[in-house]
Design a protein around this ligand. Structure first.
Ligand SMILES: [Zn+2]
Length: 263
């Protein structure tokens, strides 16, 4: 089986809108000869420009009180969320949005609606790429070799379900201010995404209730999940079991700060 066949078996089709979270080293477990460029071409060939491919290309360029921070440069700042994300960002036909903290690399149909200037004050909330995915049919999350700790959409669900801490930044202990910094200036932010490690409990819940299926092939595991399902089930889970979205007590300063204030 080659990587394209694998994507077809997962359910990927022409015209779909997908956001991809990936670990290229895990993909290599199953497809040792595959290059990053071939992976990206396989995705583009299947989806075509009738659909959309989205990779997070986050750089986390927050202003800090200590004055020690990086400044976002749309053209040159490398993605900090994986090798495939960075290779995709610089591949043909891809544009990048302008959030200094949470930019996205985009290809295909979505570019008609969201352009390079996109930099909402809620980087993963209203007017973000997450909202676009929610409002467009045939949108999917493709997880290749990672788990829900990389589920960017979970932060959108935190806002939509209004979990108690949705507009509280947990990064004060790292001197982070609610401001993104780019070479074009400073962007004031609200609804700063926090720690995502606890999203694995949402993953467990979906698996246990047979709402999603994990595909395993040669010690490489994947998910292909409809955004509509994630939204509907996410609102239920995030509204009712939000305390499960925090890391264990005394294991994570960010989650501890939320626990102290809201639980
Ligand atoms: Zn945490």
């Amino acid at each position: 089986m080659n990587f394209s066949n694998y994507l077809n078996i997962l359910g990927l089709r022409r015209g779909f809108n997908i956001i991809v979270h990936s670990s290229f080293s895990k993909i290599k477990n199953a497809f040792p000869d595959l290059t990053p460029e071939e992976s990206i071409s396989a995705l583009k060939d299947i989806v075509t420009e009738e659909g959309s491919i989205i990779f997070p290309a986050f750089t986390y360029c927050f202003k800090t009180t200590s004055g020690d921070y990086e400044v976002f440069d749309n053209a040159n700042s490398k993605s900090k969320v994986g090798m495939l994300s960075e290779r995709f960002r610089i591949s043909e036909g891809v544009i990048r949005t302008s959030s200094p903290t949470h930019s996205f690399a985009l290809w295909g149909k979505i570019i008609n609606d969201i352009d390079e200037s996109n930099s909402p004050e809620s980087p993963l909330g209203k007017k973000s790429v997450m909202e676009w995915l929610t409002n467009n049919p045939e949108s999917f999350v493709l997880i290749l070799g990672t788990d829900f700790s990389s589920l960017t959409y979970g932060h959108y669900l935190e806002i939509e379900a209004s979990v108690p801490w949705y507009n509280h930044s947990p990064w004060n202990y790292m001197n982070v201010l609610p401001i993104g910094v780019s070479i074009k200036g400073e962007h004031r932010l609200k609804e700063i995404p926090g720690c995502a490690k606890g999203f694995v409990n949402f993953e467990k819940y979906l698996l246990e209730n047979n709402l999603i299926k994990k595909c395993e092939y040669k010690s490489f595991s994947s998910y292909f999940i409809n955004v509509k399902l994630l939204y509907n089930e996410g609102l239920i889970y995030f509204s009712n079991y939000y305390e499960n979205l925090l890391c264990g007590k005394n294991t994570c300063p960010a989650c501890d700060s939320r626990r102290r204030k809201f639980l």
